[in-house]
Design a protein around this ligand. Structure first.
Ligand code: NAP
Length: 274
């Protein structure tokens, strides 16, 4: 029986790994992104029906983040469309400690479709595939909340969990908390990256307002600057955000990838060497 999976953000940090699992298993899938064959753009809802039509399940990774104004309306619209087109299963990638994201989670969980939430901590790959990479390559990293302890999670683990949930029964109405097995501060991370990559990296703790001034100089889009401020002021050190979950181990039958394991595999790619 054909059960095609639509992977929104299917070329991104988690989505492309889910696509790889689906492809390895010989399963049918469609990538939903602006550059896909049938383009999916969160800002062009008029094009969504063609992308969702004929799909059985959908992995939803929103851009840039479920906390931004307008995300809730987009998720409501997407879920209503999934219902009307007869999709059977929704898996939402959400962010730990984000109150606004929890409203989006409820839309998915109350859709009447088989629904699962993957509520992830900050990703390890933010240091190798996303916003923290550039300063690391420049050799000087200045960040606020230097002492906040975060159970960073690996996108390999998120993708493996997502593949399992998308392709087997028994996960309806579950909220899985996806974290790594240990806590790291920015300062510890930069020291560790310096050590594995044999580079001289300088870390400077700065205030959030000084960091936002730097972001302003970089002329980031307004919603991205808003998101960065939100993540550093409301999320990174929110009460409970240092909680380490066992859900990855329970689901995959093996421990979650540690940050040191992430460092060891990532340094081999040469990504931290300018
Ligand atoms: N980073 C973290 O630490 C963290 C932690 C918890 C949760 N999250 C959540 O993870 C989600 C992002 O997932 P990810 O990191 O796997 O993705 P990502 O690496 O940010 O990937 C971006 C993907 O989204 C597509 N995309 C970008 N803009 C788009 C748009 N306007 N419309 C449609 N598609 C668009 C890109 O393809 P095209 O360029 O072809 O469109 C690409 O496939 C966000 O909702 C974020 O809140 C992140």
């Amino acid at each position: 029986m054909k059960k095609p999976v639509l992977v929104l953000g299917g070329t991104g940090k988690t989505g492309r790994k889910i696509v790889q699992h689906l492809s390895d298993a010989g399963l049918e899938y469609r990538i939903g992104s602006r550059s896909a064959e049938k383009a999916f753009d969160w800002n062009k809802p008029e094009d969504w029906p063609e992308v969702l039509a004929g799909m059985h399940s959908m992995y939803i990774s929103y851009q840039p983040d479920l906390a931004i104004p307008g995300a809730l309306e987009s998720i409501e619209k997407l879920v209503a469309l999934a219902q009307s087109l007869g999709l059977k299963k929704l898996v939402l990638l959400s962010g730990k400690g984000e109150r606004e994201a929890e409203l989006c989670e409820q839309i998915v969980l109350q859709s009447g479709l088989e629904a699962t939430v993957l509520r992830a901590s900050w990703f390890n790959q933010n240091f190798s595939e996303s916003f923290f990479l550039d300063p690391i390559l420049q050799g000087h990293i200045a960040l606020p909340k230097a002492q906040a302890k975060v159970p960073y999670v690996d996108t390999d683990d998120i993708a493996e969990v997502a593949f399992k949930v998308l392709t087997e029964d028994g996960h309806d109405q579950e909220i899985y908390e996806l974290t790594g097995p240990d806590l790291w501060t920015f300062e510890e991370i930069i020291d560790a990256i310096a050590k594995v990559s044999k580079r001289d990296l300088q870390f400077t703790p700065i205030s959030l307002s000084a960091y936002m001034s730097v972001m302003k100089e970089l002329q980031l889009p307004e919603d991205v600057a808003w998101l960065i401020h939100y993540l550093f002021s409301e999320v990174i050190d929110a009460p409970g955000n240092d909680f380490i979950s066992q859900d990855i181990e329970k689901l995959l039958g093996r421990p979650a990838t540690s940050f040191q394991e992430y460092l060891n595999k990532t340094v081999k790619t040469g990504v931290w060497n300018p």
